[in-house]
Structure formats: structure tokens, C-alpha cells
Design a protein around this ligand. Structure first.
Ligand code: NAP
Ligand code: ZN
Length: 348
């Protein structure tokens, strides 16, 4: 079996450190991938530190994987050695339920298998992309268009699809004013994607230092969310808001910004629940609050092709594998511009 070096958390309060483990030999439907880059998602930090109380250790995070095909199984037809490929948050699902049939593997009735911390039939669990190589079923491997740069494409595999999917589902487009809350990994992709879809984008941030960047990335207005007057000026103006914040916060000020029939869609997964929102604010303008999880494989490919067509990459800061613990601390201080990507060559 192929050996892989990786970086793992051994407990909730331990720094990530080197681990050696085995990847499975590629079966007939499998692709063995040499990983070159892996994006750093806030979910990696939540999972490594057991914020969601479901982490199995050792935990090798990483679900924004870019690499080169090293070998393929006998039944693989879409990929060949040397191809540039991607792997996102999922590596398997039942393949037979109504949701899998529809290409919504993330909502698989029996639970899709996460790229890390995912349960395997033999009782073991999956290890993610902070590693040298990975074996993945062909149907969960993505084609990376030639027009995309490898490092800048890595974050598309989670941050990109997690924002693209709700923007598409809620039919964001020209003539709409769309709010994005939080300018981090997900938020900066949401700004770029919503703008490319033709919407007018209003960015809500807690960081005054990000105003210029938000405008460069595509926001036409930037609101400092702690400033009551600035929040008040957005009342009843927005059709849709995507909230990417990783911490518990009051949703009511954002509900106030929505028009009649507007939707506030949550993609951030805070450790503590948000305070319960006001029913009056919901019913007085028939507003909705909803959630959305990543995206299916077909939609992830569609998003990658959309990004290639529109010249969209993530704004990244490349780090060495050994810098991951410091990167997590910076992420907790909202000090990322706007996604860390690990250069996996630094792991060897
Ligand atoms: P990130 O890069 O850390 O960005 C989060 C941003 O939220 C920060 O940059 C900051 O932006 C803002 N923020 C942080 N703390 C805040 C606070 N206390 N109050 C208000 N704003 C705050 O994180 P990410 O990788 O984008 O992930 C964001 C969340 O989405 C995480 O919880 C992650 O687990 C979750 N996630 C969900 C899915 C899904 O399928 N739904 C997929 C991936 C990730 P400003 O400086 O602009 O305020
Ligand atoms: Zn993620």
C-alpha cells in the first residue's frame, strides 16, 4: 500500500505534527493522486480542535486538494497519469438514494463520506489532504481546467463550491443586491462569484482594514457591521444574504437588511449556536433563514468551469506545512488574505 506522510492533530489541544500512514492501493475505480497543494479551511481548524464534538483522532484535515494523477485503476476512464485533478469535501456516498441520483451527494440519505473524519465501512476513518498522496474513487475526482492556476484553484474545492451552490440555488443574478457577511476564505469567494453572476454586492465586515480589498474583489459597498448607522442604511435593501461567519452572532441586524421575501442563508458553522432570531422580523416581511452545505460533484465541476471561464481564483497566501499551527491562530484573528494554501512540497 502507498505510504503517505501527513500532518495530524492527535487531540483537541495538540498542535498538528507529522504522521505516517497508509493509503489504500487503487482499486479498479480509484485514482491515486500526488498532492501538490491543499487549502486551509476554517472547518479544518474546527475539526482538528474538536469544536463540533465529533472528531476522531488522529485527525489529518484538508479538503481543498489539488494534485497530479500518479496511477489509475483498470476501470478508470476519465483520468490518466499526469492529469491535474482536485478533490473537495467528499470522497464517497451511497450512490443510490434520490439525492445522490440528483447530484446532491452532500445530502446523501445515508450520509456522504467526508474527505477527513469520514467513517469507513471497516470502522476506520478518512484522512484528508494535509498529506503527500490520496486514493479517491474516480467519481469524486474533479477535472481542473487548464486556465486555472493550481494554488489559486485549491480553495475553490470547498470555499468556492460552498458559496457557489447557494448563490445558484437562490438564483442570484443581475438586478439583485446581495449581502456577504465576513471577508474570509468563503466570504471572498462569495464576493467574486456573486459579482461574476451579475449581482450588486454589499460586504459586511468586522474589519475596517478590509474595506479596500473588498472593493477590489468586487463589492460595490462595504458595511462595518459594528457601526449601527451603517447597518441602518441597509434596511430593507437586500434580496439575499450569505453569512459565512465562523462564530456565534446576532442574526437580527442582517434580517433587518432583507426586503420582502429575502433569504438569509447560513454557511458558517459556529461552535456555539446563534441566538434565536426574532420571529417578528421574519414574518413582517416573509423573510427566510436557511442553510447550505458544500455542493455535489457535478455542481463542483460546473463551478470550476465557471471560474476558469471568468478568470476567478482564490486570493491566497502560500505556507509551508510546518506553518499550519501559526496559520490557524491567524485564522482565529480574521487575519487571512484570503486563504492559506499549503505547498505540499514542503512536507517531504
Ligand atoms: P475564515 O476564513 O476564518 O473567515 C471567517 C470570517 O468571518 C472572518 O474572516 C471574519 O471576517 C468573520 N468573523 C470571524 N469572527 C467573527 C465574529 N466573531 N463576528 C463577526 N464576524 C466574524 O473562515 P472560512 O474558512 O471562510 O469558514 C467560515 C465558516 O464556514 C466556518 O465556520 C467553516 O467551518 C464554515 N464552512 C461551512 C461549509 C458548509 O458547507 N456550509 C463549508 C466550509 C466552511 P471579517 O474580518 O470580514 O469580519
Ligand atoms: Zn472547507
Amino acid at each position: 500500500m502507498p505510504q503517505s506522510l501527513g500532518y495530524a492533530a492527535q487531540s483537541a489541544d495538540a498542535d498538528l505534527a507529522t504522521i505516517t500512514f497508509e493509503r489504500r492501493d487503487p482499486g479498479p475505480d480509484d485514482v491515486l493522486i500526488d498532492i501538490t497543494h491543499c487549502g486551509v479551511c476554517h472547518s479544518d481548524l474546527h475539526q482538528a480542535r474538536n469544536d463540533w464534538k465529533n472528531t476522531v483522532y488522529p485527525c489529518v484535515p484538508g479538503h481543498e486538494i489539488i494534485g497530479t494523477v500518479a496511477a489509475v485503476g483498470s476501470a478508470v476512464s476519465k483520468f490518466k497519469p499526469g492529469d491535474t485533478v482536485g478533490v473537495g469535501c467528499l470522497v464517497d456516498s451511497c450512490g443510490t438514494c434520490a439525492h445522490c441520483d440528483e447530484g446532491l451527494e452532500q445530502y446523501c440519505d445515508t450520509g456522504a463520506t467526508g474527505t477527513y473524519n469520514g467513517r469507513l465501512p471497516d470502522g476506520s476513518h478518512t484522512f484528508g489532504g494535509y498529506s503527500q498522496r490520496v486514493t479517491v474513487k474516480e467519481s469524486f475526482v474533479l477535472r481542473i481546467p487548464d486556465a486555472l492556476d493550481r494554488a489559486g484553484a485549491a480553495p475553490l474545492l470547498c470555499a468556492g463550491i460552498t458559496t457557489y451552490s447557494p448563490l445558484r440555488h437562490w438564483k442570484v443574478g443581475p438586478g439583485q443586491r446581495v449581502g456577504v457577511v465576513g471577508l474570509g476564505g468563503l466570504g471572498h469567494m462569495a464576493v467574486k462569484l456573486a459579482k461574476a453572476m451579475g449581482a450588486d454586492v454589499v460586504l459586511f465586515t468586522t474589519s475596517p482594514g478590509k474595506i479596500e480589498d473588498a472593493k477590489r474583489l468586487g463589492a460595490s459597498e462595504v458595511v462595518i457591521s459594528k457601526e449601527r448607522d451603517q447597518m441602518k442604511a441597509q434596511r430593507h435593501r437586500l434580496d439575499f444574504i450569505l453569512d459565512t461567519v465562523a462564530a456565534s452572532h446576532d442574526l437580527n441586524p442582517y434580517l433587518d437588511c432583507l426586503k420582502v421575501n429575502g433569504s438569509l442563508v447560513l454557511v458558517g458553522v459556529p461552535e456555539e449556536a446563534h441566538p434565536s432570531p426574532s420571529v417578528g422580523r421574519l414574518l413582517s416581511r416573509r423573510r427566510s433563514i436557511a442553510g447550505s452545505a458544500i455542493g455535489g460533484i457535478a455542481e463542483t465541476q460546473e463551478m470550476l468551469d465557471f471560474c476558469a471561464e471568468h478568470g476567478i481564483h482564490s486570493d491566497i497566501e502560500m505556507i509551508a506545512m510546518s506553518e499550519i499551527n501559526a496559520a490557524y491562530e491567524r485564522m482565529l484573528r480574521s487575519d487571512v488574505k484570503y486563504r492559506f494554501v499549503i505547498d505540499m512540497a514542503t512536507l517531504a
